[in-house]
Design a binder for this molecule. Structure first.
Ligand code: KIV
Ligand code: ZN
Length: 408
């Protein structure tokens, strides 16, 4: 396969992510998260929306002052007060970026902004020009781009490029687009912008129809070279494209997705955990890559396969994304093989006949409770030991019962 194209990861956990219910963070929490994002290797951290509040301003300023490797972006509406405030927050950054946005769809122009298309183009050009006087790195986002008439979208993005924008972001603000639509939109905007000069085209997808990562991939295939995403997919309403899902799709399916990011995948799970810990918003158990069940196997056939060779039911290793270990969950679908593994991990090896007896007790309990945890299994073993069997200690393992079971 030919050389891989590099895709920049623009993390907006601290801005769009923070806008989701329950995800607001104070300054100290934002700093912890920003350090973790730096460790993860993201290219751009959108640290906040400085005009939104004093807290947001201070957070952007603090992130900009401390985090030196990635670009630090601050969001601003296309109005002078916002742009000025964003620059005040960003001026200490080693690599600042002002991110200017203005809605461009007819529904937003008519009902929200109450301006004409002509006024919209003029406002965009003036705002981008003003931002460019502060710093050379300016991103422009036509909000609700995917519901904007395509010819008008090309007109506004051309105006932004001519005024000095270096990145053109195409937000699917309401999570409405489909991969084939987004491909067409990104291609048209890119081709028209490139007639003026080279710029980076960026994808920003919301997940209202569950398409955010698929749409981001479609954008990259159409020539976008920046993807805006968040840890755990947090963000407005149904959230943004999940960073971990996009990155791992390009790693696991490198055969069909020849794109490279600078992400250290082993930091994905720690980043996910940190965000949940800070916000108190837990990740759904079946969430891809970082959910509690993403590497858990309960069905007996699956457990048996994973024990023999993890590749039977795992397309990536838990370790590759920083998950400490895969989890063989003991439930009513588990088989003897998995039960024996768990017993060994707890310090016990059983002969076949003894294991059969333990297994019977285990199945009876698993029928009553969903998941059999270590403490339940230890209770079963303890009960079995006191009534009948003399187990053989697994070599080098501890009993876990507080006494040497073999001597009782
Ligand atoms: O979804 C959106 O349109 C945004 C813009 C501000 C980029 O978040
Ligand atoms: Zn958004």
């Amino acid at each position: 396969m030919s050389e891989k194209a590099r895709v920049a990861i623009f993390d907006t956990t601290l801005r769009d992510g923070e806008q989701s219910p329950g995800c607001s963070m104070n300054l100290g929490e934002k700093m912890l998260m920003a350090r973790q994002l730096d460790e993860l290797g993201v290219d751009i951290i959108e640290a906040g929306f400085p005009i939104a509040s004093e807290g947001d301003f201070e957070a952007v300023r603090a992130v900009a002052a401390e985090i030196r490797r990635p670009i630090i972006a601050g969001l601003a509406r296309a109005i002078p007060g916002d742009i000025d405030r964003a620059w005040q927050a960003l001026r200490k950054a080693a690599r600042p970026r002002i991110h200017v946005f203005l809605a461009t769809s007819d529904i937003h122009l008519k009902y929200k902004l109450k301006i004409t298309r002509e006024q919209c183009v003029k406002q965009i050009a003036e705002a981008v020009r003003m931002a460019s006087t502060f710093c050379p790195d300016v991103e422009f986002s036509p909000e609700d781009a995917t519901r904007t008439e395509l010819e008008f979208l090309c007109t506004v993005t051309e105006a932004a490029v001519e005024a000095g924008a270096t990145t053109i972001n195409i937000p699917d603000t309401v999570g409405y687009t489909m991969p084939q639509d987004y491909t067409r939109i990104i291609t048209a905007v890119r081709e028209r912008a490139e007639l003026i000069r080279p710029v980076v085209i960026s994808a920003h997808c919301h997940n209202d129809l569950g398409m955010a990562v698929a749409n981001s991939i479609a954008a990259v295939e159409a020539g976008a070279r920046q993807v805006e995403c968040t840890i755990n997919g947090v963000g407005e309403r149904a959230g943004n494209a999940s960073l971990e899902e996009f990155v791992m799709a390009t790693r696991v399916r490198r055969d069909v997705l020849p794109y490279e990011t600078a992400i250290d995948a082993r930091q994905l799970y720690p980043a996910s955990q940190l965000l949940s810990e800070i916000t108190g918003v837990s990740v759904q158990p079946n969430k891809a890559i970082v959910g509690r069940n993403a590497f858990a196997h309960e069905a007996g056939i699956h457990q048996d396969g994973v024990i023999k060779n993890p590749l039977t039911y795992e397309i990536m290793t838990p370790q590759s994304v920083g998950v400490p270990d895969n989890r063989l969950v003991l439930g009513k679908h588990s088989g003897r093989h998995a039960l024996a593994r768990h017993c060994e991990r707890l310090g016990y090896q059983f002969e076949r006949r003894d294991l059969d007896r333990i297994y019977k007790r285990f199945v009876a309990l698993a029928d009553q409770i969903k998941t059999v945890e270590d403490r339940h299994l230890l209770a079963i073993i303890r009960e079995d030991i006191t009534t009948s069997v003399v187990p053989v200690f697994a070599e080098g393992k501890t009993a876990g019962l507080g006494r040497a079971a073999g001597t009782s």
